[in-house]
Write a protein that binds this ligand. Structure first.
Ligand SMILES: Cc1cc2nc3c(=O)[nH]c(=O)nc-3n(C[C@H](O)[C@H](O)[C@H](O)COP(=O)(O)O)c2cc1C
Length: 441
């Protein structure tokens, strides 16, 4: 089919009574998909996601609260003691942090789009059920337009929200990587008598954790899984929009999926280098400079899921001391694979004070410190989306430019952003050498 003149802006996504542009900007924790990023996407008519990963810590940074330091004080006495069954979050604190953040975001919302929050089931905070229940309900209290349930099967998440007055109005959906996962979710949530408003199908080229095996992710592809999910829903006579994500780099990539039956696309990697993204500027330059061989999928996440990242991420083979007590997060009731690997390394050679751990990483600490540079498989193409400044660094385009390029570009082209003269002046080299676009470099 000739798609040369088609653009994403020719399509609309209907979520119940609401019509939006068919672009979801995917959730990126920890605070990579900032409120500024999500709000821009919503202002331009799409669906922007914030993330609730490490919300107490994010609230501390944004609102000068002291959730993390108070938590660290409570947990200090548990250092070196294992397991740590008493190391729980106070659910009321989780609620307060989440509500404060969501209310702040929603009060600033403008435009016709929507703001959703990404909630990962695997972020268990040592008490999976209670913490998730409070996170979900507090987001609804705060006025969030919708919730994307990710990183898990979420068999109880709908039931956890069923008594909330907004349970039937808010847009609720799930991120899956297979028909099997979707089928389990639908069967287990049938008793709540509420279907999801959308299903995001995340393929193997996505950033963050992958819903595939470390050895077999390459055998799958987004278009095929999306087609299977659409066929499954049709067979069940379920009219639920399917959003396809993972590797959608140009507007035309999106058009191909929309023509094949997807109702929308979810994108993230292209927004990592946006001005509004929470990644520090120096790290964004690493993203821009990545080459194809620098993007790896490995098993260092202690969650057990494969994760895609840049091979030069400081989180790889780091000597970070386990930070459970500092942040209060703990996987598997203290049976975290990083904790284990760290202890084993210390026991094997007590003369080494800070062993480097190659097999696992301290995920909470490294993500919070922006030292684990997770990306989608297309990261090496980011340099096609911007312009080099006279001092050799890359320009961080505003989210608006990325969103408009996705919506309006045709023929697999990418529109380069215009660089304001103030930015050019701020990045001028002493020689004032001419600016080069990536096409010329
Ligand atoms: C930097 C980064 C962080 C991410 N963090 C999360 C996350 O916290 N939770 C989640 O469900 N997905 C996460 N993802 C996946 C995205 O939400 C999205 O579905 C996917 O990356 C889309 O593919 P693309 O990056 O190729 O556009 C992340 C992706 C990136 C690139």
């Amino acid at each position: 089919m000739d798609l040369s003149n088609k653009k994403i802006d020719d399509y609309v996504l209907k979520l119940g009574e609401k019509t939006v542009k068919p672009i979801f900007q995917g959730g990126m924790g920890v605070n990579i998909s900032t409120k500024e990023l999500a709000l821009e996407v919503a202002r331009l008519g799409g669906v922007g996601h914030i993330s609730d990963a490490m919300m107490p810590d994010v609230a501390d940074r944004l609102y000068n609260t002291r959730f993390t330091s108070l938590k660290a004080r409570q947990c200090k006495s548990m250092a070196g003691i294992d397991p740590k069954p008493d190391m729980h979050f106070d659910p009321i604190e989780i609620e307060r942090a989440t509500r404060m953040y969501v209310q702040d975001v929603m009060s600033a919302k403008k435009g016709d789009g929507l703001v959703f929050i990404n909630c990962m089931e695997k972020l268990t905070m040592n008490d999976a059920g209670e913490t998730l229940r409070h996170r979900l309900n507090a987001a609804l209290d705060g006025g969030i337009d919708g919730i994307s349930l990710s990183a898990g099967l979420h068999t109880s998440s709908f039931a956890m929200m069923a008594d909330h007055p907004r349970f039937r109005d808010a847009k609720l959906g799930i991120v899956v990587s297979s028909v099997r996962a979707l089928n389990i979710f639908l069967r287990r949530t049938a008793k709540t008598n509420r279907l999801p408003n959308f299903v995001v199908v995340e393929g193997p080229l996505a950033g963050g954790h992958l819903g595939f095996g470390l050895e077999d992710w390459q055998k799958f592809d987004l278009a095929t899984i999306t087609g299977e999910v659409i066929a499954f829903l049709k067979e069940k006579s379920l009219d639920i929009p399917v959003i396809a994500g993972g590797g959608v780099f140009t507007g035309t990539d999106g058009v191909r999926l929309l023509e094949a039956g997807a109702a929308g696309v979810q994108v993230a990697t292209r927004f990592t280098i946006a001005k509004e993204s929470g990644i520090p500027s120096a790290v964004k330059q690493q993203y821009f400079n990545a080459e194809a061989g620098d993007v790896v999928v490995n098993g260092i996440s202690p969650t057990g899921y494969p994760m895609r990242m840049l091979a030069n991420s400081p989180a790889i083979n780091s000597d970070a001391k386990p930070q459970c007590e500092a942040y209060g997060y703990m996987l598997d009731h203290g049976d975290c694979q990083y904790l284990k690997a760290y202890r084993e390394a210390l026991a094997a050679d007590p003369s080494v004070k800070r062993p480097h751990i190659a097999s696992k990483t301290c995920l909470c600490f490294q993500m919070r410190a922006y030292k684990l540079w997770t990306v989608g498989a297309t990261a090496a193409r980011l340099k096609e989306t911007s312009v080099r400044l006279p001092d050799g660094t890359w320009y961080e385009p505003p989210a608006e430019a990325i969103m408009l390029d996705y919506l309006q570009s045709t023929n697999d082209e990418i529109r380069l952003p215009e660089v304001p003269s103030s930015v050019l002046a701020a990045h001028a080299t002493p020689q004032n050498s001419p600016m080069t676009s990536c096409a010329a470099s």
